[in-house]
Design a protein around this ligand. Structure first.
Ligand code: HSE
Length: 298
């Protein structure tokens, strides 16, 4: 049996639309074993719906790895125990894809290198920003062009932690992407390039003083307010309650606040504020995961 543990991720991180991602300390633990025939899928988190047939994303990813190396499939038994809420913008699908590809690669004889697994994950997901940190951990910057797929990883320095404010409602990434314009102004594009580059500086040096500036964005967040109507309110209250920075997690609807790692008040203040204003969001504190996916054969 192969066991794989994959972290949740937050993509975009404000200014790094479609290229930034950070791995977070919330996990999907996936077990895959071969059987004589058939497919058996078990989800230990009964509150989340997952398909139990060949449409299952972990299954499809295992098979993608098999096909890549010409491994003949037999039966499969897949089980997952996930802490990552689905369709909330915290990389639940990337965790399934990375988990499936890693398990498929191990079962079929470890013939794929990590770069190839990254490329296959990008093909399945359609963008690299979540799959990169799920695979490599830390803060990842991904870059695609006709010559290939590139990625840089910066280990997140000490000094910060994260608060994920996860709503009861969900938003499908496909729907959220439809809200984005086909064209943006040169001014807005240049705004994001400058801010994203400054964010990379902050992560490389541990100089977190202006994180709230460097995560500013003009390319996607404002267009997504339609599907995340409480976003502006949560942003404002987060900054009032001491966050260093705040941004939409991926395509939302979760919102991530970056906190000083010594902060002990933010979570309770936000939960109180949500209660008083009838905002149905949870708030959980998370740390950066600088390791990424881990696997073992049992
Ligand atoms: N970069 C993607 C988006 C992330 O913003 O649509 C989706 O999780």
């Amino acid at each position: 049996m192969t066991e794989v543990r994959v972290p949740a991720t937050t993509a975009n991180v404000g200014s790094g639309f479609d290229c930034f991602g950070i791995a977070l300390s919330l996990y999907n633990s996936i077990r895959v074993s071969e059987t004589e025939n058939g497919l058996f899928i078990k989800n230990h988190n009964a509150s989340e719906y997952i398909s139990r047939d060949e449409n299952n994303l972990i299954y499809r990813s295992v098979i993608r790895a098999f096909d890549e190396v010409g491994y003949k499939k037999r039966g499969l038994k897949i089980s997952q125990k996930s802490e990552i809420p689905m369709t909330r913008g915290l990389g639940s699908s990337s965790a399934c894809i990375i988990g499936g590809l890693m398990a498929g690669n191990i079962i079929s004889g470890r013939k794929l290198d990590t770069q190839r697994i990254f490329e296959l994950a990008n093909e399945i997901e359609g963008h690299p920003d979540n799959v990169a940190p799920a695979l490599f951990g830390g803060f990842c910057i991904s870059c695609t062009d006709n010559s290939g797929l590139y990625r840089q990883t910066i280990r997140i320095p000490h000094g910060i932690k994260f608060a994920a404010m996860i709503p009861h409602y969900y938003v499908a990434t496909k729907k959220s992407r439809k809200l984005l314009p086909d064209k943006v102004s040169l001014k807005d594009a240049s705004f994001n390039i400058a801010h994203a580059a400054s964010f990379v500086y902050a992560m490389s040096t541990g100089d977190f003083e202006n994180l709230g500036i460097y995560t500013q964005d003009r390319l996607h967040q404002k267009y997504r307010e339609e599907t995340v109507p409480d976003m502006k309110f949560v942003f404002e209250k987060s900054m009032e309650n001491g966050a260093k920075a705040v941004f939409l997690s991926g395509s939302g609807p979760s919102v991530i606040a970056v906190l000083n790692e010594k902060d002990t008040a933010f979570k309770d203040k936000m939960l109180k504020c949500f209660k008083e204003n009838d905002i149905r969001r949870n708030c959980i504190e998370l740390y950066a995961d600088n390791v990424g996916v881990i696997s073992r054969s049992l």
